[in-house]
Design a protein around this ligand. Structure first.
Ligand code: PAF
Length: 326
């Protein structure tokens, strides 16, 4: 099985490194030629939270290149799966430069690879279906924690679960299911706790709420996830955000479990020392995913004819933190 991973960030390195170390045929596509050269010469190191080596994908055991070379390479040697591991904000651009190039080629149409989208937030599957019409598209929700520490090294900050499934509105060709089972088995072989889910929409909505409560507050208060639970004032604000999101879900007819608050606390505790992805983006001065997280809750509210004032306000506050987003 050939898996093309698009994106050389923390998830790309984690999944690429562990899959390649397990002997899977991996091709990692990144933006910069410099990173792809480093990957080719140094391999990929996955280290644990103590800096000890978890696994190494040695140079020569996997391929690395720039995303603009993906389509030509794929036409020469087609792969079975594309793991899309870019940020939400880069979906259109990266897809247009990589997989989107295959969509233009009629001879590739019969053998289109399955695409698994690993993005946070909400709305990406619909946009992907627009960019890659008729493709077998899968959504992934992962609770793996990872932080890129060098262009060729990733810290595995927390072991989680990887759920992969077909969102309700997606039309995946039926025969793809066996392929998906195989792909999930390949992930398991590489050491991931991977599951083929027939309820991926619920997972997406659940993760959206968790991210909508944890990410913007850690980013605004500049604290690791566990610190959110350190004061009653912080907990009060978290509950305000949660309750507003739950009201939006209810108005939209999106089912949600009753123990969401317990689940949020559990994520804060199990990732206590982690810097949330949104705080990382704010610290790096780059565009955050707030539009697709709190902005999505606000957009869902609008669809239901209501206002999610707290989520709207937070979206503005986060965007105001980095000049680029204003
Ligand atoms: O986006 C993140 O950082 C993660 O989804 C989570 C669960 C908030 C943990 O840091």
């Amino acid at each position: 099985m050939i898996i093309d991973l698009v994106g050389g960030g923390s998830l790309g390195l984690l999944y690429g490194g562990k899959l390649a170390a397990a002997g899977v045929h991996v091709r990692l596509w990144c933006r910069s030629a410099k990173q792809s050269e480093e990957l080719r010469s140094k391999g990929i190191s996955v280290v644990n939270t103590y800096g000890e080596t978890e696994c190494v994908a040695e140079p020569g055991t996997f391929a690395a290149g720039i995303i603009d070379d993906f389509a030509a390479h794929w036409m020469h040697e087609p792969g079975e799966w594309i793991f899309l591991m870019t940020k939400q904000k880069d979906t259109e651009e990266v897809c247009a430069r990589s997989a989107g190039q295959l969509a233009k080629d009629k001879s590739a149409a019969d053998q289109l690879p399955g695409v698994v989208s690993f993005q946070n937030g909400y709305g990406h599957m619909e946009r992907l279906a627009g960019i890659l019409p008729g493709w077998p598209l899968y959504a992934c929700v992962t609770t793996e924690g990872a932080k890129r520490t060098a262009p060729y090294e990733v810290r595995h900050a927390g072991t989680g679960t990887t759920w992969i499934g077909v969102p309700e509105q997606q039309q995946v060709r039926a025969e793809i299911t066996a392929y998906a089972e195989n792909m999930v088995k390949t992930l398991q072989k590489a050491g991931f706790s991977a599951v083929l889910s027939n309820d991926i929409d619920s997972r997406i909505y659940r993760k959206l709420i968790i991210n909508a409560v944890i990410n913007p507050l850690t980013a605004l208060w500049n604290i690791p996830n566990g610190e959110l639970l350190a004061s009653d004032k912080r907990i009060q604000v978290m509950k305000m955000l949660l309750n507003e999101a739950l009201a939006v879900y209810e108005a939209c007819g999106i089912p949600c479990e009753e123990d969401m608050w317990e689940q949020i606390m559990e994520v804060c505790t199990s990732t206590a020392g982690n810097t949330s992805s949104m705080l990382k983006d704010v610290q790096a001065g780059v565009t955050t995913e707030v539009d697709w997280i709190n902005g999505s809750i606000a957009a869902l509210a609008e669809k239901a004819g209501m206002h999610a004032v707290a989520h709207e306000l937070l979206t503005g506050l986060i965007k105001g933190l980095t000049i680029r987003e204003v």
